[in-house]
Design a protein around this ligand. Structure first.
Ligand code: AMP
Length: 599
């Protein structure tokens, strides 16, 4: 472990990527394959490979207490050290004493201890094992053990650089290493395959989440179509992103944070087990309102309906008919009651029905499809979901029914669980504008505009997928501090200070009184109290983990916050439990909004 920690120190000291890769490669080569494999996982900032769902469940607060106990430092001393370092691992490295020990603490030993922590039952037992591990580590080793446990090394090393280092150290092209890591979901195993010169043998292993392809914001229909002339366009649904792995009778669903969420949506696996072949699907889970069988809407507003002539919906568009199942996605707030639950009652499933709007396929026909064009993937998805089973359905956008989706005569309202997201082909800004209005009329956030020729690039935010949302700017920010409210909010933490990302750090940009519901505030108060880093009396500095979406009217230059900006009329649109702090918006994005507003 000492050698790994020393390598990490060297890696942290340089900002040059190539040098970082060289240091990682040198370190990995100096170890046995077993040790190098475990180290590759640790260097990616995690205790276990991606494909394993094991979690340590040892949080910052617990580690803080252990560091306090082992160092004998007072709360005030530790707080002062933390404020200086901004990282509990670094604090541990500064304050922990040298342990009495004979012999080395190897990375294999540390990995073993991690597994013991996972197996230990209850927080106290887990904390005791974590304490035992840290008590045997030197301060430098402890520094990196704490960083691995908290999931962030903060040495400017991403998994992609570890992949480069493996290719450099053991041969195999970078593309082969990346491919194997993606297929296996295990960078340690990938390393061993590189050592054995067997990278080509890696076979897709389902049930570990692949990275999600992300979208960049587009400011207008014209700007969106400046990137590609012909576009595939879908509604932008306001729910949670979900990747479904389906094989044989087994189905597992993963969130954008790569957590398994199958248990929260027990109605989906039943439908997905019926797929004709193994597949990985990408889509959005939304709260769904089935209108059931309805009469046609009154007023005959057909002429206003956004129906560009070239808009091809999967499944031919048919005139509206009485007695057809219809439905629409509900706003995110409706879905919230369904999130984060381990057990979902029948009653809740009926109260808040969900639908999985599927818009992409990453694996089918025994092959990873990421390099295929979107157009090809769409065709494969159509074939996969078009299988004659009523519960996987393709809605039609019928004229006169713009506030909802309609389904074929063979679909009953209760069958709309897994739905093929309708796709439009668009080539002019006017068509896009029409679709935007129609999507909003259906209660959706806006549009996703996609390049038909693009590959699926996991984890990357490129210009192949664009999102066109409501005009008002919003930022995804991280809560850094919270304060007790006033009036009816006295006793609850309802005022949040939040930050955007600036390189490796967070810079505060604004403060908002919560726009959340009382129940959410109560829940967040509990969370913040459990994740307080520093208690300043009325103000608590909290672990920067909670992502919010904030809207505001405009931005001003100001010294009030570190970012150099302040927001006018900031309001919290919603919590973003589907996003990690590293997904929050950056200062560059704030600059862009500021400049655009100036124009
Ligand atoms: P944002 O969360 O604002 O960055 O927007 C991107 C997110 O929109 C994705 O991660 C999905 O969760 C969601 N989304 C909704 N509808 C779609 C769609 N049709 N295609 C892709 N992503 C979608």
């Amino acid at each position: 472990m000492m050698k790994l920690a020393e390598a990490c120190e060297r890696i942290a000291c340089t900002t040059k990527k190539l040098e970082k890769v060289r240091f990682v490669a040198e370190y990995l080569k100096s170890r046995t394959p077993e040790e190098a494999a475990v180290s590759a996982v640790f260097l990616s900032g995690r205790p276990f490979p991606v494909r394993e769902e094991a979690t340590l469940q040892v949080g910052g607060r617990v580690l803080w207490r252990i560091v306090a106990e082992l160092s004998g430092k007072s709360e005030a001393e530790l707080t002062a050290a933390y404020r200086q370092r901004g990282d509990l691992g670094a604090v541990a490295g500064d304050v922990l004493p040298e342990p009495p020990r004979d012999g080395d603490l190897s990375v294999l030993h540390v990995e073993n201890k991690f597994r013991e922590i996972v197996a230990a039952r209850g927080p106290a037992a887990k904390a005791a094992r974590a304490r035992e591990l840290l008590s045997k580590a030197t301060p430098l080793e402890a520094k990196y053990i704490v960083k691995i446990v908290t999931g962030d090394l903060r040495i400017g090393l991403k998994e992609s650089l570890v992949e480069e280092a493996i290719s450099k150290a053991f041969g195999g092209t970078l593309a082969e290493v990346q491919r194997s890591n993606m297929l296996l979901g295990d960078i340690g195993e990938t390393l061993k395959m590189a050592v054995a010169n067997k990278l080509g043998d890696a076979k897709m292993r389902l049930f570990h989440p692949l990275g999600f392809m992300l979208a960049s914001p587009a400011e207008s229909a014209e700007q969106a179509l400046s990137y590609f002339q012909n576009a595939l366009v879908e509604d932008k649904y306001d729910g949670i992103r979900a990747q479904a792995h389906c094989s044989g009778g087994e189905v597992r669903i993963f969130s954008r944070t790569r957590d398994e969420i199958t248990e929260s949506f027990p109605e989906l696996p039943d439908v997905l087990t019926g797929l004709p072949e193994d597949a990985i699907l990408d889509g959005e889970i939304v709260a769904w309102s089935s209108d059931g069988r309805e009469d046609p809407p009154e007023g005959g507003s057909e002429s206003k309906v956004a129906q560009p002539s070239s808009a091809a919906v999967v499944g031919a568009s048919r005139p509206h008919a009485v007695g057809r199942a219809a439905g629409r996605a509900l706003p995110f707030s409706a879905l919230q009651q369904r999130l984060g639950r381990k057990q979902v009652s029948e009653k809740l499933m009926q109260q808040v029905p969900v639908a999985y709007m599927v818009f992409d396929v990453l694996y089918a026909e025994g092959e990873l499809l990421l390099e295929r064009t979107l157009l090809e993937r769409e065709r494969i998805l159509d074939a996969l979901l078009g299988a004659p089973r009523k519960s996987r359905v393709v809605p039609r956008i019928a004229s006169g029914a713009q506030t909802r989706f309609e389904f074929g005569d063979d679909v009953s309202a209760s069958n709309t669980r897994v739905i093929r997201a309708p796709v439009f082909h668009v080539s002019t800004p006017q068509e896009l504008d029409h679709l935007f209005e129609a999507a909003q009329a259906r209660g959706n956030e806006g549009l996703m505009i996609k390049d038909p020729e693009s590959a699926y690039t996991p984890g990357r935010r490129g210009k192949s997928w664009l999102k066109l949302k409501r005009e008002l700017a919003t930022l995804d920010v991280v809560v850094t501090a919270v304060e007790y409210g006033h009036g009816k909010r006295i006793g609850v933490l309802s005022d949040y200070t939040f930050a955007v990302r600036d390189g490796g750090k967070l810079v505060n940009i604004g403060k908002a009184y919560s726009g959340l519901t009382d129940i959410e505030i109560a829940r967040m108060t509990k969370w913040f109290l459990e994740h307080t880093i520093e208690d300043q009396g009325l103000r608590l500095i909290v672990e920067p983990k909670i992502v919010l979406e904030v809207a505001f009217n405009n931005m001003m230059r100001s010294d009030r916050h570190e970012s150099g900006y302040a927001l006018r009329f900031p309001r919290i649109v919603r919590l973003r439990p589907d996003k990690l702090p590293q997904d929050a918006d950056t200062i560059e994005r704030a600059n862009e909004i500021y400049e655009k507003q100036g124009k």
